[in-house]
Design a protein around this ligand. Structure first.
Ligand code: G4P
Length: 528
């Protein structure tokens, strides 16, 4: 098979949602369709269970499971589907943001009763920023929920999307009868006792056909006709180009638990979702069908075996063919490395592979060479963009609690930060180290791992920071910038790339600083 055929076969995407909307259930049902698993319940839930904040064994166990479920690949209709797993727990949102740099599209799952929730808003705003093609799946239609049109409105308003329903529910909750598939123009009905069986799709080119009544009854038929009329009138016609540009988002309705509306979603997905996309580097745009291999690290998974400090670096292949035992350039280190046992992922297993193609993810064993965002190439000196850090939500000083182990502590912190567990800022004024995280849970994870993997002990001290803002100036010699640095000295720090960061202690002080120094730009992400 030519490289172009391999590329055309691949669909690499992520499923995102607020916890409990049904991401795990949907993933499992997709795998069932792909024949990658045999029965429901086989995909282990990699959610860190609620209330498990201080149960470290649980966290460790979950970390183990999530390696296996980091990439779930299967074949469906001759397409190779790679699902990149995103942690549901909000304290691990940063991990999810980074995974979004490696997907070519996403499916957003929304709970029909809860509507658009906080975590969905955050994740979708990152997708929108990157113009990632999005499909929306409204889940749990077997339960009473919000009116379909109200929900579509909410999705448009809160998520800033422009939607077009490609399926539409017939009833809901107790009255849920099935789905009209706008994309294929057919009806799927729940049948049998307890609504557990699904009918064969009944083709209905024209819903005005009086036969509709015999299937769903007079009232439902009438309602469906009216609703579809509204759908066709109000929402734009599906346009694949607009979807691929991130300007139009198709919506599906269903129930992942009952496997309802999932096949429709998958069938449409394999037809419309993008094949692996070109990616921007600091020197040029790189196309997947280029001859030479290139890729980047978007995730690092720490030692499964604490005695061997072994890590797995996950590389998304952007161009060319990745080959086993071939030397590739680690651009940041300017060093050639080769890999004798690259792992590819299939269903829930990992296996050593000789070749991988654009869109695929390979897991490389690493002894500390890789950081999140690193680029590997066949020799070209370029760096992929788009794995930014986001401003953390929590900030604490980290102190060494065992002076005899300061070397171990330093090493542990560096490695954990390379893995992307949290962010480290070093104060300009006195060199004190600050750990920034998305959720409070990470502080416990860091403390535990420092002790168990590096033999170091730390304590934390609270610090009042509202946001970390990366500082951009046109000219570092500008008087305004020099004044800013002098006045705000005690709030200035460096991130791991030595970029200047302003640690604003409140939104008010950030606003005042912006007003006082208008030529300086403050960004909430490290890439701007
Ligand atoms: P997540 O990964 O997005 O966090 O959600 P997950 O799939 O774990 O689903 C959260 C809960 O919602 C689960 O119930 C799951 O069974 C339920 N669920 C998922 N899809 C549907 C659906 O279409 N209809 C209904 N009624 N429920 C759905 P749970 O009780 O929290 O967990 P479990 O004990 O069933 O695993």
């Amino acid at each position: 098979m030519s490289i172009q055929q391999e590329i055309d076969k691949r669909r690499t995407f992520g499923i995102i949602s607020h916890p409990d909307a049904g991401k795990t259930t949907l993933t499992e049902k997709l795998l069932l369709f792909g024949g990658a698993i045999q029965e429901a319940g086989a995909v282990k839930n990699n959610k860190i269970k609620k209330g498990a904040t201080s149960d470290f064994m649980e966290i460790e166990r979950q970390r183990g499971i999530s390696v296996a479920t980091s990439v779930l690949a299967f074949i469906y209709k001759d397409k190779k589907i790679n699902i990149l797993d995103t942690p549901g727990h909000k304290d691990f949102a940063e991990d999810t943001f980074r995974t979004l740099s490696a997907v070519d599209s996403v499916i957003v799952v929304i709970d029909v009763a809860k509507g658009v929730e906080e975590q969905t808003e955050k994740l979708v705003s990152v997708c929108r920023m990157r113009k990632i093609p999005i499909i929306v799946f409204i889940n749990k239609l077997d339960r009473e929920g919000k009116d379909a049109f109200d929900l579509l409105d909410e999705v448009e308003q809160k998520l800033g999307l422009r939607v077009t329903p490609l399926s539409f529910p017939i009833g809901m909750g107790y009255d849920f009868k099935g789905i009209y598939n706008v994309w294929e123009r057919n009806i799927n009905l729940f049948t049998g006792e307890n609504k557990q069986t699904i009918s064969e799709a009944i083709h209905f080119e024209d819903v005005n056909n009086p036969e509709l009544e015999t299937y769903i009854g007079e009232t439902s038929a009438e309602t469906l006709r009216e609703e579809l009329e509204l759908v066709y009138e109000v929402y734009p016609k599906f346009d694949r180009d607009a979807y691929l540009k991130g300007e139009l988002q198709p919506v599906f309705f269903g129930s992942a638990l009952n496997n309802f509306g999932v096949r429709e979603l998958l069938d449409c997905f394999v037809e419309i979702a993008p094949t692996p996309l070109a990616k921007d580097s600091d020197t040029r745009l790189v196309h997947p069908n280029e001859k030479d291999f290139s890729g980047f690290v978007f995730k690092i998974h720490a030692n499964m075996d604490p005695k061997h400090r072994d890590r797995l670096a996950f590389i998304k292949i952007v161009s060319g063919v990745f080959k086993r035992n071939t030397p590739y350039l680690h651009v940041r280190l300017d060093k050639k490395l080769k890999f004798s046992s690259p792992n590819a992922f299939f269903a829930e297993k990992k296996q050593i592979v000789d070749e991988s193609f654009p869109g695929d993810i390979v897991g490389l064993h690493d002894t500390g060479n890789f950081k999140i965002g690193d680029t590997l190439t066949a020799g070209e000196k370029m760096n992929y963009k788009g794995v930014p850090s986001f401003s953390p939500e929590h900030f604490r000083y980290i102190n060494n609690a065992d002076p005899m182990k300061s070397k171990q502590l330093g090493k542990g912190i560096t490695q954990l930060m390379d893995e992307g567990v949290a962010q480290l800022f070093t104060l300009d004024l006195n060199g004190r180290k600050i750990i920034g995280t998305v959720g409070a849970l990470q502080y416990e994870v860091i403390q535990y791992r420092l002790e168990h993997e590096y033999g170091a002990k730390c304590t934390y001290e609270n610090l009042n920071v509202h946001k970390a803002c990366w500082v951009e100036v046109d000219n570092e010699k500008d008087q305004e910038f020099l004044d800013f640095k002098r006045v705000k000295q005690k709030f200035l720090a460096r991130d791991k790339e030595n970029k200047l960061v302003f640690l604003a202690d409140s939104s008010f002080s950030l606003q005042m600083t912006q007003q006082k120094y208008p030529s300086i730009k403050f960004h909430f992400t490290s890439e701007y």
